[in-house]
Write a protein that binds this ligand. Structure first.
Ligand SMILES: Cc1cc2nc3c(=O)[nH]c(=O)nc-3n(C[C@H](O)[C@H](O)[C@H](O)COP(=O)(O)OP(=O)(O)OC[C@H]3O[C@@H](n4cnc5c(N)ncnc54)[C@H](O)[C@@H]3O)c2cc1C
Length: 415
C-alpha cells in the first residue's frame, strides 16, 4: 500500500497524534484472528524483541498478513529484551515525550495483562538518588504535575525512615515515583508472541538477512538455509544485531556495550530487600531492583564500553564488575554486606549518542523500516512503540515530535 516516506505519514490528514492521544487501540484488542485485509501490505518483521514483537502484533491486529522472524525466538537470552525484569517509570527528567509514552504504556500494559491472562506488571515505586538537586529534577517534577502523576522529593532522613534497609549515604536527594513498576520482561515477550500467533500471525524461528534493493525497494529476505521470504514491507527490529546487519547505515549510529547484572541473596528469612518492600533504585553509576521471584536483589553497575557480539560472546561476569557490585551493595544496603551473588546475567545495550530511539526508513529502500536504539529504556514502551512502528509501516499519521527524535541523524556515541 504505502511507501514509508516520512513526509507522507507526517502530513497524514493533518491529524498527527500526540503521544498522549494515541488511540486507545489496546482497550479493545481483538481476541482472535482478524481477517486479512486486502488493502494492507504483507509485512515481514525481523526481530521478536520489544520493538519487533509488539509491532508484529499491532499490525496483525489491523488485518495485515504478518510474518515475525527471530533467530532464537521472542524473549531469548541473547536479546536485550530477554531478561527476567525491566522497569517501567515515567521519570525521564526533561524528556517529556518519553514520560508521556511511558504513562500511556503503563495503561496499555494493564489492558494487555487482562487480555493475556497473566500478571506482567508489579507496582513497586522507583527511588532516584542524586548528590544534588538539578534542573532535570525540576523538569521532572513539573512534567509529572502536568501529567497528574504523583512524585515525591525526599530528604536522606525521610528515605532512611521509609526504607531503613537502604542507606542513602553520599546522596542529598531522593525523587520517588510511586507508580513505577517492574515488568516480567521475558514472559511478556513470550505472551506477545503467543497472542500474535493466536491472532493469525506467522512466527518463524530462523535468521533473516536483508537483500540488496531492486529499484529502491527490498523484495525479499534471505533466510538461513537458502530460501527467501517476499513481502511488501519490511521492519528490521534487531536490537544490537542492527550493527552487523547494516554496517554502513546503522553501525556508525549505535554502540552495543556489555552490561553485567548481579543478584545478591538476602540473609535467611529477611524480606526487607524483596518486592514490595524495596523500590527500584537508581543513581548515576548503579541501579537495581528488589528481590523478585526469590532470585535476589538485582544490581547493575553502569558504565564501560566493551562492545559485545550478541551471537557469539560468552556471558560470564568479570572481576572488575563483581567488585563494583559487592562494594555498592555493602554501602547502600549495609545488612546485605557479605551476602553472596547467587545469579548473574550479561547482556548488551544498543545505545545512540543521545539515547533517543533509532527509527527511520532505510535511506535506499522505501519499504524498509529500521527500528532499535532502545538505549537502556526501550522495553517499557513496547505496547506504544508497536503501534507507532505499525503506523509508520502502514503510512498512517504519527506524532512528528517522535519521528524527529528518532531519525537516522544520530551520531555515534564516543567510546
Ligand atoms: C541491563 C539492561 C537493563 C535495561 N533496563 C531497562 C528497563 O529497566 N526498562 C526499559 O524499558 N528498558 C530497559 N533496557 C532496554 C531494553 O531492554 C531494550 O531497549 C529493549 O529490550 C530492546 O529491544 P529490541 O527489540 O530493540 O532488541 P532485542 O530485544 O535485542 O531484540 C532483537 C531480536 O532480534 C533478533 N534478531 C537479530 N538478528 C536477527 C536476524 N538476522 N534474523 C532474525 N532475528 C534476528 C534477536 O534474536 C532478538 O530477539 C535495559 C537494557 C539492558 C541491557
Amino acid at each position: 500500500m504505502s511507501s514509508m516516506n516520512r513526509r507522507m505519514f507526517l502530513s497524514g490528514a493533518g491529524a498527527a497524534l500526540t503521544a498522549a492521544s494515541l488511540p486507545a487501540a489496546a482497550e479493545s484488542t481483538p481476541a482472535q484472528a482478524p481477517a486479512i485485509s486486502a488493502g494492507l501490505p504483507d509485512v515481514a518483521v525481523v526481530g521478536g524483541g520489544a520493538f519487533g514483537a509488539w509491532t508484529a502484533l499491532w499490525l496483525r491486529e489491523q488485518g495485515a498478513r504478518v510474518t515475525l522472524l527471530d533467530s532464537y525466538g521472542p524473549g531469548n537470552s541473547r536479546s536485550t529484551s530477554g531478561d527476567e525484569t525491566r522497569q517501567i517509570r515515567a521519570g525521564y527528567g526533561s524528556r517529556e515525550a518519553y514520560s508521556k509514552w511511558a504513562v500511556e504504556a503503563m495503561r496499555r500494559w494493564t489492558v494487555r495483562e487482562r487480555e493475556f491472562g497473566r500478571r506482567l506488571m508489579y507496582t513497586v515505586g522507583r527511588l532516584q538518588l542524586a548528590p544534588r538537586w538539578t534542573s532535570e529534577h525540576d523538569a521532572q517534577v513539573r512534567i509529572f504535575g502536568g501529567l497528574n502523576r504523583p512524585i515525591e522529593r525526599m530528604t536522606p532522613d525521610a528515605i532512611r525512615q521509609r526504607w531503613p534497609q537502604l542507606d542513602p549515604v553520599g546522596m542529598e536527594i531522593g525523587l520517588y515515583e510511586p507508580d513505577a513498576a517492574m515488568l516480567r520482561a521475558r514472559e511478556a515477550l513470550i505472551a506477545v508472541g503467543e497472542a500474535f500467533e493466536r491472532k493469525g500471525g506467522t512466527l518463524r524461528i530462523i535468521r533473516a538477512m536483508p537483500t540488496p534493493p531492486v529499484s529502491g525497494r527490498m523484495t525479499a529476505l534471505a533466510l538461513d538455509g537458502g530460501s527467501t521470504l517476499s513481502a511488501g514491507q519490511f521492519v528490521f527490529a534487531c536490537g544490537s544485531w542492527l550493527r552487523k546487519m547494516f554496517p554502513t547505515i546503522v553501525a556508525p549510529k549505535l554502540d552495543t556495550p556489555r552490561r553485567e547484572v548481579f543478584l545478591f541473596g538476602p540473609p535467611p528469612g529477611d524480606t526487607r530487600f524483596s518486592w514490595p518492600n524495596l523500590p527500584v533504585f537508581s543513581e548515576a553509576s548503579y541501579y537495581g531492583f528488589p528481590d523478585f521471584d526469590r532470585r535476589g536483589l538485582k544490581v547493575c553497575p553502569v558504565g564501560g564500553a566493551v562492545e559485545m557480539d550478541p551471537d557469539s560472546d560468552e556471558r560470564v561476569v568479570t572481576p572488575h564488575y563483581v567488585r563494583r557490585a559487592y562494594e555498592y551493595v555493602a554501602q547502600r544496603f549495609p545488612a546485605m554486606r557479605g551476602q553472596p551473588v547467587i545469579e548473574t546475567r550479561v547482556c548488551q545495550l544498543e545505545n545512540t549518542v543521545d539515547e533517543h530511539f533509532l527509527i527511520d526508513q532505510h535511506p535506499n529502500m522505501s519499504n524498509v523500516l529500521l527500528a532499535g536504539g532502545g538505549s537502556g529504556h526501550g522495553f517499557k514502551h513496547g505496547p506504544v512503540l508497536g503501534e507507532y512502528l505499525g503506523r509508520r509501516v502502514l503510512g498512517q499519521a504519527v506524532d512528528e515530535t517522535y519521528s524527529g527524535m528518532f531519525d537516522l541523524a544520530h551520531v555515534r556515541t564516543p567510546l
